[in-house]
Every structure is written in structure tokens, then in C-alpha cells.
Design a protein around this ligand. Structure first.
Ligand SMILES: Cc1cc2nc3c(=O)[nH]c(=O)nc-3n(C[C@H](O)[C@H](O)[C@H](O)COP(=O)(O)OP(=O)(O)OC[C@H]3O[C@@H](n4cnc5c(N)ncnc54)[C@H](O)[C@@H]3O)c2cc1C
Length: 406
């Protein structure tokens, strides 16, 4: 009789990478990859970037064509996991079918955080996480004239820049005092605020949308907490995501702001792992628990679990990195730029090419680079090796970063 398979719940960046890495590592047993979206597994970053601009066909987003899954003997199952019976090691599916597993990997990702406002269910109030949502927005960009974006995070700003480049009037409403405030230094926020303003995007800080107005047919505008009104025919909401933890929680696995896993990405059940956006993992490198939302995190988690399931058990120690394209500018982040106590700048802000080097107790913890890919690659290599350079070296344009790598 065939051995029970590895069952992967969710065919996003983490789930897809795990299935392919298992085969690359020579794993020969069955792999079941549960996909609850009506497309072959696809990449999300272009949904708010190149794809939204209207360049490509959906096929351009797919990780691999369907032939890949057949050739690799990865069984892609169009279904949704409904419940885990841990003692029986059995997963029930929404269709009523059930799958036994030897190892279950939860790669359930995250979903849009929804806003609860009057008229939030109008068809021109939209979100951006899935291919279908990006498709709808692509169409709306061609027919709408004025968009209000709620939230000045990465996705809100990427969308805003694309909408503006397509000629729409764009207002961004942000409750905080600066853009991307939870994720980047004030230096980077200031640069992007100026760039978006130069492009004609209006950003309103310290206010929130209190209601969405309808003209009977569709969106007519929004009201703000300071009493102002902005006319608009489209509202795009980018107020963050919620990790999909319910399946794990209902099975009695510990969940907090993510599915809790240890440094090997295992839950409290030795037959269940969790990876990617849904996983709150214990990090030896950073000395606490982290839940990150990035392609790097999803794919490196997947590789770590694939290695464990094929006999090479390691502590997960990936170095976080991330990117965001906003208009003509590329932001890249290496390391974790939170909890720093000093920031020094390398390069020239006025020329639109600089990096913010972040220090905690005189140790480099992260680098945020704008249009300076070399600094970013340097940061990834140096930080992965637990290296550092002094703030004075970072600021000195004559200091050779490559030489510092040895
Ligand atoms: C528009 C956009 C732009 C982005 N840009 C960047 C970027 O520039 N750089 C970057 O690093 N990151 C970016 N990200 C973040 C990155 O895409 C995510 O971190 C990554 O997709 C996480 O992968 P994941 O597999 O953990 O989760 P997901 O990609 O969310 O995949 C999870 C999958 O699991 C499915 N699922 C959930 N529950 C079940 C269930 N019960 N049964 C079956 N399936 C289930 C979901 O439907 C989904 O298909 C972006 C994200 C978005 C939305």
C-alpha cells in the first residue's frame, strides 16, 4: 500500500515552493497540494505592479504550467481544507472528501482585512490580494476617473502609483503620520511621500474614512473624520491582512497573531508544520516570535521544511528581505528595520538613490535602499553572515562595501 502523503494546505508562494523543493530534494512519496483558488498557483507581487499596469496575460503570473505538476507527480487538488482530525491524521475537505497524511503543512497565507463602513459592500469598493481582484482593478482603472485609496502601506501605495500613471485622480487616506510607518524609517517615508506628491497623488494624514457615499448607482465619494468629503468613483482598501489561522485553531493548535511554530517551523503537533504568511515562528536570529509577509519568508520557510522532511533538519534562520516598486522607484529592504536606535544615510536623497542603514546598539540590523540595488545585495550578504560595518563606514561614500564582505 502507498504511504500516506505530505499534504500541503494552500498553493501560494509557500505551498508551491514546498512541493517543488520536496521533489528537488528527491522526495519520492505522494505530495498533495490543495489549491482553493481557481487558477494554477501564481505569484502575487505583480498583482499590484506590472500585471496591474496591464502588460501581461494571467499565464505570465503562474509559477509553472500544469505540465510541471504532472511531470513532478505533485497532485494539485482543487479544494479547500475544512477540518483536521489530528489523532486520525486526516484532513477533511470542503467537498466532503478526506485525505490521510503523514505530514501536514499549513501554508494558508493571509486574507484582506475588511473595512466595516457604510456602503463598504458597493461593487466599486475593492481590495487587492488575489489574481481575480487584480483583474477587476485592471478593468476599473480603464474606466474610473478618481480613486480614494484607504491605507498608505505597500499595496495601497503601489496601487496609487499605478492608478496615477494611468491618469486617474488619486487621494490616499492614512490614519498615521507618515507612509509605510510600520515598516520603514522616516527617511524612506519622507522620500516616497515627496515622490508621490510630485506625481500628483494627494496623501491625507491623521484622518480616516468614516463613510463611503453612494449616488444610488455606485461610489460617489468618501467622508473623512475631519469633516472633509472627497468625490470619487472608486475606493481601494489596503489596510493590511489577517493570517488564516482558523483551521489550525479549530484543531487545537496554538495560535496567536499567526499559527505558532518553533524554530524548525513545527507546530506543537510533530505531524503538522506551518509556513509563510500564516506562521508565527520562533526566531533564534532575532530572539522572539516573528510573522512576516514576504516572498522571501514564504519560500525560505518552504525550503527549510522540505529539507527537514527529507532528512536534513535545520533551525530556520533566513534573513528577511523585501521589495516594493512604487512608480519609477524601487525600495529594497534587507534585515529587519525595526527596533533601531540610529539611522545613517549613504548616497544622495536628492538624486533619488540612497540607503538608510539602521543600527541598534552600534550593530547594523537592516538596510533600506532606494534605487541602490548594490547596497541591498551587500546588506543581504553581510547580515546573513551576522556581519556589521560602523555607521561612519556606512556614511562614507568612499568606503568599499564589497571589500567589507571579505
Ligand atoms: C498585491 C500584493 C503584492 C505583494 N508584493 C510583494 C512584494 O513586492 N514583495 C514581497 O516580498 N512580497 C509581496 N507580497 C506578499 C507576498 O505575496 C506574500 O508574503 C506571499 O504570497 C505569502 O505566501 P503564502 O504562500 O504564505 O500565502 P499566500 O500567497 O496568501 O497563499 C496562501 C494560499 O492558501 C489558500 N488557502 C487558505 N486557506 C485555505 C484552506 N483552508 N484550504 C485550501 N487553501 C487555503 C489561499 O487561498 C491562498 O491561495 C505581496 C502581496 C500582495 C497581495
Amino acid at each position: 500500500m502507498a504511504k500516506p502523503p505530505v499534504v500541503i494546505v494552500g498553493a501560494g508562494h509557500a505551498g508551491f515552493q514546498l512541493a517543488s523543493s520536496l521533489r528537488q530534494a528527491g522526495y519520492a512519496e505522494p505530495i498533495f497540494l490543495l489549491n482553493d483558488e481557481p487558477h494554477l498557483p501564481y505569484q502575487r507581487p505583480p498583482l499590484s505592479k506590472a500585471y496591474l499596469k496591464g502588460g501581461g496575460a494571467p499565464d505570465s503570473l503562474m509559477f509553472r504550467p500544469d505540465k510541471f505538476y504532472r511531470d513532478q507527480n505533485i497532485e494539485l487538488i482543487a479544494d479547500r481544507a475544512a477540518a483536521i482530525d489530528r489523532p486520525a491524521r486526516k484532513l477533511s475537505l470542503a467537498s466532503g472528501a478526506a485525505l490521510e497524511y503523514e505530514h501536514l503543512v499549513l501554508a494558508t497565507g493571509a486574507r484582506n482585512r475588511l473595512i466595516d463602513l457604510p456602503n463598504a459592500n458597493l461593487e466599486d469598493v475593492l481590495y487587492l490580494r488575489t489574481l481575480d481582484e487584480s483583474e477587476v482593478l485592471r478593468l476599473r482603472l480603464a474606466s474610473r476617473r478618481h480613486v480614494v485609496v484607504i491605507g498608505a502601506g505597500f499595496i495601497g501605495l503601489e496601487f496609487a502609483a499605478t492608478a496615477r500613471a494611468k491618469g486617474l485622480e488619486v487621494d490616499v487616506v492614512e490614519l498615521g503620520a507618515r507612509v509605510m510607518a510600520r515598516a520603514v524609517t522616516a527617511e524612506i517615508s519622507e522620500f516616497f511621500q515627496n515622490r508621490h506628491a510630485e506625481a500628483g497623488i494627494r496623501i491625507h494624514f491623521g484622518v480616516q474614512v468614516t463613510s463611503i457615499e453612494s449616488d444610488g448607482a455606485g461610489v460617489a465619494g468618501v467622508s473623512l473624520s475631519d469633516g472633509r468629503h472627497i468625490a470619487a468613483d472608486l475606493v481601494v482598501v489596503g489596510v493590511g491582512v489577517l493570517p488564516n489561522v482558523e483551521l489550525a485553531g479549530a484543531a487545537g493548535l496554538p495560535v496567536a497573531s499567526g499559527i505558532m511554530v518553533g524554530e524548525h517551523l513545527l507546530t506543537s503537533d510533530p505531524h503538522i508544520s506551518a509556513i509563510g504568511d500564516c506562521a508565527l515562528y520562533a526566531s533564534e536570529r532575532f530572539g522572539g516570535s516573528l510573522r512576516l509577509e514576504s516572498v522571501q519568508n514564504a519560500t525560505d520557510h518552504a525550503r527549510c521544511v522540505a529539507a527537514r522532511l527529507t532528512g536534513d533538519t535545520k533551525v530556520y534562520d533566513g534573513l528577511p528581505w523585501f521589495w516594493s516598486d512604487q512608480g519609477p522607484d524601487k525600495l529594497q529592504i534587507a534585515g529587519l528595520t525595526t527596533g533601531y536606535d540610529r539611522v545613517v544615510v549613504r548616497g544622495d536623497r536628492t538624486q533619488g538613490a540612497f540607503s538608510a542603514f539602521c543600527y541598534k546598539a552600534d550593530r547594523l540590523v537592516g538596510i533600506e535602499s532606494v534605487n541602490r540595488a548594490g547596497d541591498h545585495m551587500f546588506g543581504r550578504r553581510l547580515l546573513a553572515a551576522n556581519g556589521s560595518i560602523t555607521p561612519e563606514q556606512a556614511m562614507d561614500a568612499g568606503f568599499d562595501l564589497k571589500a567589507a564582505l571579505g
